[in-house]
Design a protein around this ligand. Structure first.
Ligand code: PEP
Ligand code: MG
Length: 325
């Protein structure tokens, strides 16, 4: 199989119906970047920036972060890297920050909430990203955006830092793309202005699912209790896809489910055109997407839903077993 995936490396994830799905990889370390070429990923759909903050016992300096981000962009050879600003709190706690001792950290003071309330670290990180990307495009995305005003404020922070760098006479990125991660159900129902303002939306399925099903992603008893292919969740995803389509907002999915072939197939069949996953999943997902007709897969999903299934998985698996290799 490994050899078969390698032979697909330079080929698009083009399904029998002609539809192409963009497959990207998730990363968080400089050491992940060689996988970009190795896997055939078209870019880094999610670069988690927490590790550089977690591995040391004091706050990293702007200059070291800028150097690291520049090395990541160099190693990407012009492919797009979506840098997700710091998502601390919840499951990731910095050793040099006062612990918050929250009863429900996943739903507490985390991610962009911290970034907006105490903007010092976010500003420093944005400055580092801007400095790293001089002379090339920059893609930034904010984690855990829950309402329009949070995105407006976070986006304005980027504009302010860009303006500041320019006024200091520093070179700035050639283009800046600013997106939001959709990780709370609330954002799916935000005013249309949100979808118009954001350059793209990336679904953080790990968090989105835990809040959709009210099932803690860290709790072994419940984390796998509800199927991603549960009809309720797929109906919800379809609504998000429709809202993004209305405003022509690019949409991708970067939770762990994007790297599971059957899940990836269902997402693509529903209309998701971007999937970001661990590098090792690109081959298997691409192989499956190339084997099938997404319109047919969509019909299978729609039929299962019409027949009242709780999950479309059995129907999809059954249909797949009859597809030619
Ligand atoms: C997610 O929530 O799906 C996601 C990609 O972010 P993280 O797993 O880092 O919370
Ligand atoms: Mg998340």
């Amino acid at each position: 199989a490994q050899q078969r995936y390698a032979s697909l490396r330079g080929l698009p994830a083009q399904s029998k119906c002609g539809t192409i799905t963009t497959l990207m990889m998730n990363a968080g370390l400089m050491a992940d970047l060689p996988s970009l070429d190795g896997s055939g990923a078209e870019g880094v759909g999610l670069f988690r920036t927490e590790l550089q903050f977690l591995v040391r016992n004091k706050m990293p300096q702007r200059a070291e972060l800028a150097a690291l981000y520049a090395r990541v962009m160099d190693a990407a050879h012009g492919k797009r890297v979506a840098f997700r600003t710091l998502d601390i709190g919840s499951d990731k706690v910095l050793p040099y920050m006062k612990p918050q001792d929250e009863p429900n950290p996943a739903m507490g003071w985390r991610a962009i909430r911290v970034g907006l309330d105490k903007p010092g670290v976010l500003r420093m990180q944005l400055q580092a990203l801007i400095r790293a990307s001089k002379g090339r495009p920059l893609t930034v995305m904010f984690p855990f955006i829950t309402e329009l005003s949070e995105f407006q404020t976070a986006r304005a922070q980027v504009m302010k830092e860009l303006h500041r760098e320019k006024s200091l006479g520093h070179p700035v990125p050639t283009r800046v793309e600013i997106g939001a991660m959709l990780e709370t159900p609330s954002l799916a129902f935000a005013p249309r202005a949100f979808f118009e303002l954001t350059d793209f939306v990336s679904i953080g399925g790990n968090d989105l699912k835990q809040f959709f099903f009210a099932a803690d992603r860290e709790n072994e008893r419940v984390r796998r209790r509800y199927d991603t292919l549960n009809v309720s969740f797929l109906n919800f995803l379809s609504q998000i896809i429709a809202r993004c389509d209305e405003t022509a907002t690019p949409l991708s999915f970067c939770g762990e489910d994007a790297g599971r072939p059957i899940e990836a197939l269902a997402f693509a069949a529903l209309g998701l055109r971007g999937l970001s996953m661990r590098p090792a999943s690109i081959g298997p997902v691409k192989a499956l997407l190339r084997r099938v007709d997404l319109a047919e897969a969509r019909a299978v999903i729609d039929r299962a839903i019409a027949e009242g299934a709780e999950s479309v998985r059995p129907a999809l698996v059954d249909w797949l077993s009859n597809q030619p290799e």
